[in-house]
Write a protein that binds this ligand. Sequence first.
Ligand code: K2U
Ligand code: NI
Length: 184
Amino acid sequence: MLTMDDIIRDGHPTLRKIAEEVPMPPSDEDKQILASLLEYVVNSQNNETAEKYGLRPGIGLAAPQINVAKRMIAVHVTDDKDKLYSYALFNPKIISHSVEKAYLKAGEGCLSVDESFPGFVPRYARVTVKGYDIDGKEVKIRLKGLPSICFQHEIDHLNGIMFYDHIDKANPFRNIEGAIEIDR
Ligand code: K2U
Ligand code: NI
């Protein structure tokens, strides 16, 4: 199982690379890597397991964060209606998005960033993501709220983008015109 020792930290060059597409159908090795990402996120949300192995809780994880520059993400998060979004995807892509923006009132963090970077992270309010599940089957998901923010945070990791890249350095809590504030 993955632990925090497997998660690379800000400054490691892999976090700034563009990750490679994963050939479909997926190899056994790529399936195992993808499964390990989801396993980490689920384990990190189990208090007993997280405490036993020193896992920092997360709602998502991308392969570059374990030093694998391949386009794979895992997300395990519930929305404000307690609907669970649990996905492990190869080659996820935002195929459409709202004009409207949204941001987390509490700002964002990252398992690969030990320090905090306070400030609003503007993102699309709603996105439609296309990807391939662990068996290589195409999936299309429409997202809003915290799940939408999470998928965008993870897909950013595949493009070498860190959450704080989106924060206005001059005015981190600048009002984001017309955006939805999400109080997670
Ligand atoms: O990619 C990662 O580093 C995992 C992040 C993903 C994330 C951060 C901010 C907003 C959405 C997704 C971790 O989940 S950071 C910890 C966390 C836990 C619960 C809610 C938000 C962030
Ligand atoms: Ni992150």
